[in-house]
Design a protein around this ligand. Structure first.
Ligand SMILES: *[C@@H]1O[C@H](CO)[C@@H](O)[C@H](O)[C@H]1NC(C)=O
Length: 379
């Protein structure tokens, strides 16, 4: 049944994962690490990217900060672009999941002794518990995602993010409403405890679904079309203006630079910006007919923009001048074109992006290209 459904229906990964979760709960081996969870694309939990957090959400690795060892450096500014934490599906997707559950129920009710037996099994284990009022709301875990991230960042950058600042500034902009009537325990009960043996046919299906979702991200938000990256020109300029200001030489009498700039957004904020910076650009674009050649692709949205994804620009004051390092989801990533160093001189980063710093004019780039906005495609 699924092999028929999958290619034609835009079947939701979330819905499928729920089904597979329930189906496989009899084959537990490592209860807290569901193998299927790594393939949810932009709906992936942050812990899949940093599995050590499953053991300890507060653990940090300060060796991710990598200014040159032979040069005295200290971090002077952090600009962070952070995606919201885990949240419920939006109402559009809740309706799709509802439809799918109705389809399963209908098909399952057709006589016994056929392939429908399998569907009946699914149906008996699947209660469709999303309700429309959950519409994209942050779940409790989503709030915790950012709270823990804030704490870890404070531990890595104690001089820039004091606990005091975190309380006052960082967490306040998280305005998304947090679930109230829907108890987290309900969600936990349904999501916990699934281990799939890798190579299991369900994992293969999930990889195909993941690929489908990556195709969408690639062609709508990323390198598929140059315009996607250019849509974040204003954000790009904002970030570099902030870094310019923070890295400017100043007299000892001048006020010290703003220690941090925390920007919050969506997967749709991060992906175009990362694309503009030239990151995760594989040699061969992923397409509908090269799935098998794409196993080693770097463009995996679940690795790049899971819930609570974060892009950090760390500016250091060093003996030879300011240096800049990128961290993505708390791991070091090198600037394309400057791969020799983790934290190249800031002026070299600026030289690499000179064409964008001198151009990348949102109004000019997007002029006349407003081919009408499609339906709401926020992810
Ligand atoms: C800490 O980060 C460094 C640099 O990315 C990495 O090489 C090392 O493996 C990490 N250590 C742990 C325990 O994850």
């Amino acid at each position: 049944m699924f092999s028929v459904l999958l290619p034609t229906n835009s079947l939701l990964v979330a819905a499928l994962s729920l089904l597979l979760t329930r189906l496989s709960s009899s084959s537990l081996s490592v209860p807290d690490i569901p193998h299927i969870a790594a393939y949810f694309g932009t709906k992936t939990r942050y812990e899949e990217v940093n599995p050590h957090l499953l053991r300890d959400l507060t653990s940090v690795n300060t060796s991710v900060l990598k200014p040159p060892p032979n040069e005295r450096c200290s971090p002077v500014h952090l600009t962070a672009v952070i995606r919201h934490g885990s949240r419920y599906p939006t109402v559009k997707n809740i309706r799709r999941i509802q439809k799918l559950s109705e389809l399963v129920r209908r098909e399952a009710s057709r006589g016994s002794g056929g392939p429908e037996d399998w569907l009946r099994e699914i149906q008996s284990r699947w209660d469709m518990w999303y309700t429309e009022d959950m519409d994209g709301q942050l779940v409790m875990k989503g709030r915790e995602d950012l709270r823990h991230l804030a704490r870890r960042l404070a531990a890595v950058f104690p001089s820039l993010l004091s606990e005091e600042n975190l309380k006052k500034k960082v967490l306040l902009p998280v305005r998304a409403s947090v679930e109230t009537s829907h108890e987290i325990s309900v969600r936990e009960r349904r999501c916990r405890g699934v281990a799939m043996v890798s190579g299991h046919p369900c994992v293969s299906s999930l990889q195909v679904l993941e690929y489908k979702s990556d195709l969408k991200q690639y062609w709508k938000r990323s390198h598929g079309h140059v315009i996607s990256g250019l849509s974040s020109c204003p954000l790009f300029h904002h970030v570099f203006r902030t870094l310019d200001k923070a890295g400017r030489p100043r007299r000892s009498t001048e006020a010290s630079p703003e220690p941090a700039s925390i920007l919050l957004g969506h997967a749709e904020t991060l992906l175009p910006l990362l694309s503009l910076l030239g990151l995760y650009k594989d040699q061969t674009p992923p397409t509908a007919n090269n799935y098998h050649a794409q196993h080693g692709r770097s463009f995996r949205s679940g690795r790049i923009v899971p819930y609570a994804a974060n892009l950090l620009f760390v500016l250091y004051d060093c003996q030879r001048g300011p240096r800049l390092q990128l961290l993505i989801n708390e791991s070091p990533v090198r600037f394309p074109g400057l791969e020799a160093e983790d934290a190249p001189l800031y002026r070299d980063v600026r030289a690499t992006y000179r064409h964008l710093l001198d151009g990348c004019d949102f109004n000019r780039e997007c002029e006349g290209r407003t081919g009408g906005r499609g339906p709401n495609t926020e992810l």
